[in-house]
Design a protein around this ligand. Structure first.
Ligand SMILES: Cc1ncc(COP(=O)(O)O)c(C=O)c1O
Length: 459
């Protein structure tokens, strides 16, 4: 494409189409009552634009679909596994590659082998499954993102960075056992914000000096690499692949959900350098996921992921990807809707604490906003606030999450600009009525990851 034109176009054309549901407000109201105001309970056919997650919801390329026809379904030693392993090794430089059915399976295996009761795992911000898997082993998951990362209005370019001073204090605290340190790129639960290479180097060096392994939660490594290219002068002339390679070179291992920057609908992996830990992880893999050359995946899934890992570091794809998220953010922000600034890579996060300041955290303002956006226009986002991250307090009360956000996650290569224009219109209309939106109370909750199945009623 010539540089003379400003418009950043989708670097693909549509090859196959899928109908979407166009519903009216009465249908949406009935659906909300039926699912007790939990948007996870909706049937996909009740949703017009589904921004619940960018995980596994993207469109695969014709090369990925073609690659699936080459899937080798041998139980052991499948050709597709070796293609997958080679792609992961090329990307990460890590020789031990363990396929898993998705990211959380990699987390569960890693933490079962490394975290024991009373141990502490620092992260910039743990994703919900990461936190839950640490806590399930009896460990404590602590979030050490920099203060800038907790201020939705702060425009720091790397708001996913780990607070290195607090990490050092934790690492040197003799009463704390730290089996590993994680950094999530990009920082999903903190607004999809990137982590700089300088910060990754800092974490790596602190860990190395103390012999503590450093793992990346690498779900969105390519989006992070693009931000590094755009915002860290040292890397402006590097390719995204070279930047990604450098990020991985700083780590001892990683967990990965291929449903994000693997551009696949399912899959993941655990990769590392330590052969002894890898052997223990593989034994556990066999117990619950499958033989180490398929790890709960079909041969055709391994092919799709191997191809996806090659496509995701394309500059034209990443330029379009990050720009299309920014485009939605700019439209809403220009209309006065408070959002986390600057916008992250895979999603725009609405700041419900500011927009819905008439509601207290116990009234779940972000849940209320997400429900109202669906009611208004059939757009499904997800609450990332006190429903997801509220913690039990000392007196049976609840300690609210630091931020009350609604995440509008953009599936990869799926929606066009007019879909995104529609989303902006729906959100702007909803925000104009924010003060009239009621809060919610929880009427049912599960002991783990309650946001998936909780039931609510309007207050
Ligand atoms: C940062 C992060 N880590 C881990 C996971 C878990 O991956 P999966 O959904 O494949 O289990 C996700 C999924 O959204 C994520 O965003």
């Amino acid at each position: 494409m010539t540089d003379r034109f400003r418009t950043i176009i989708e670097p693909f054309r549509i090859h196959s189409v899928e109908d979407i549901a166009l519903t009216d407000i009465d249908q949406r109201e009935a659906a909300l009552r039926r699912v007790r105001y939990n948007l996870f309970g909706l049937h996909a056919d009740e949703v017009t634009i589904d921004l619940l997650t960018d995980s596994g919801t993207g469109s695969m390329s014709s090369s990925q679909w073609a690659g699936m026809m080459l899937g080798d379904e041998s139980y052991a030693g499948s050709r597709s596994f070796f293609r997958f392993k080679e792609a992961v090794e090329r990307l990460t430089g890590m020789p031990e590659v363990i396929p898993t059915h998705q990211g959380r399976a990699a987390e569960r295996i890693l933490f079962t082998e490394t975290v024991s009761s009373g141990a502490t795992v620092p992260n910039n911000t743990h994703f919900d499954t990461t936190r839950a898997n640490v806590e399930y082993q009896g460990g404590e998951a602590i979030d050490l993102v920099t203060p800038e990362g907790l201020d939705p209005e702060n425009r720091d370019p790397f708001k996913g960075n780990m607070d290195l001073e607090r990490l050092e204090v934790s690492l040197d605290d003799p009463s704390t056992t730290i089996p590993l340190v994680m950094v999530t790129v990009t920082n999903n639960s903190g607004g999809g914000q990137p982590v700089s290479m300088a910060n990754l180097r800092g974490v790596s060096s602190l860990c190395q000096k103390r012999g503590v392994p450093f793992f990346l939660d690498a779900c969105r490594f390519a989006e992070n690499a693009w931000f590094v290219k755009m915002r860290e002068p040292e890397f402006e002339s590097h390719t995204p692949a070279a930047i990604a390679a450098e990020m991985f070179s700083l780590a001892d291992g990683c967990t990965f959900s291929a449903k994000k920057d693997g551009l696949a609908n399912i899959g993941g992996f655990l990769a590392m350098r330590d052969p002894e830990l890898a052997e223990r992880c593989r034994n556990l893999l066999i117990l619950t996921e499958g033989f180490p050359t398929y790890g709960g995946l079909a041969g055709y899934d391994l092919e799709a992921i191997a191809q996806g890992l090659e496509e995701v570091v394309s500059e034209s794809y990443l330029r379009y990807r990050i720009r299309s998220t920014e485009y939605l953010a700019e439209k809403m922000s220009a209309a006065g809707v408070p959002i986390v600034q600057p916008p992250g890579g895979h999603a725009v996060y609405l700041d419900a604490k500011r927009l819905m300041s008439h509601l207290s955290p116990e009234q779940y303002p972000a849940q209320a906003l997400a429900v109202e956006i669906y009611r208004t226009g059939g757009v499904r986002g997800v609450e990332i606030g006190s429903v997801m991250f509220g913690q039990p307090g000392p007196n049976g009360d609840e300690v609210p999450a630091p931020m009350e956000l609604v995440r509008l996650a953009i599936p990869r290569r799926t929606y066009t600009q007019s879909h995104i224009d529609y989303v902006a219109e729906v959100v702007i209309d909803t925000a104009a009525r924010a003060r009239e939106i009621p809060g919610y109370r929880i009427t049912y909750q599960a002991p783990w990851l309650r946001h998936f199945t909780a039931e609510f009623e309007p207050i």
